[in-house]
Design a protein around this ligand. Sequence first.
Ligand code: BMA
Length: 339
Amino acid sequence: MSNVKLLCDSLPNIPWQERPANCAGPLWRYTENPIIGRDPLPGVARIFNSAVVPYQGAFIGVFRGEQRDGIPYIYLGRSADGIHWDFDPEKIAFVDDAGQPFMPRYAYDPRLVRVGDTYYIMWCQDFYGASIGLAKTSDFKTFTRLENPFIPFNRNAVLFPRKVGGMYLMLSRPSDSGHTPFGDVFLSQSPDLTFWGRHRHVIGKSDNWWENVKVGGGAAPIETSEGWLLFYHGVTGTCNGYVYSIGGAILDREQPSKVLWRCKEFLLTPEQWYEERGFVPNVCFPCATLQDADTGRIAIYYGCADSYVGLAFTTADEAVGYIKAHDGAGKADREEGVR
Ligand code: BMA
């Protein structure tokens, strides 16, 4: 039984392993990682930075598939257990609201969030440079593109799983169109998923060296009795390039631009071969979670070294307890943010 309540559905078939005895941190890896290896389907060299949801008693997901020409698109995958995945051979064919085909020039780092009966996909696409794409589906057959929520440049958009104060909420990370050497997470509101405003600062890079270059939203925030639990990525620079770790923060339930607690330590950092070695070494990039209200279990899906998908586990008690115990939220985090 957990003390921290997950305010979500039951998910008795959540993928799960117990915490190993030798695990020091608040997250522990699936022993059979990576769950998706190289050359996962014809024409696709790597799948990583991908998102999943429970669907019809099983699991479905949107996957960043890097084609053999190097261009990323979004592929649909299905799984009975959340671990072994079958992918559609063709990339997702979006349509616009008039039913006409819409295929982005490229599409990467998708997130997948259910709000009510509708599933929304957010990703990065070209709109005069790197920007956010948005689409919806209710049956995973028709994917209807919506208006781009933000002007360029922007990445790492993540919708909240419910409206707050009657508004849809989306985190995003304004950027440049390259390998952005800066970046804070902002929150925007919309009554209709078309017009976005009331932009507020949520978290920025910090004095903690593991996240002193940039931060970006990761998995969709998880609603708990303590606030919205956010797994995000924090980035530092080294003489050999960036290192991406998983960080954690808890946001106010009714005013989520306010940070209640923010962990000054990373929750997970590249340590295993599939995180340290790959197309881009030293990347742990969280994009989705599954959670079970009954047990407090949480499964985190994260991209590994821009080459694989990994799975890690924690519980609501572990994650929230650790973030609170290692709180380093600054004054700017705790405030609603200047306008
Ligand atoms: C970011 C994005 C991610 C990628 C990361 C590390 O800018 O491109 O897709 O995982 O860099 O390469």
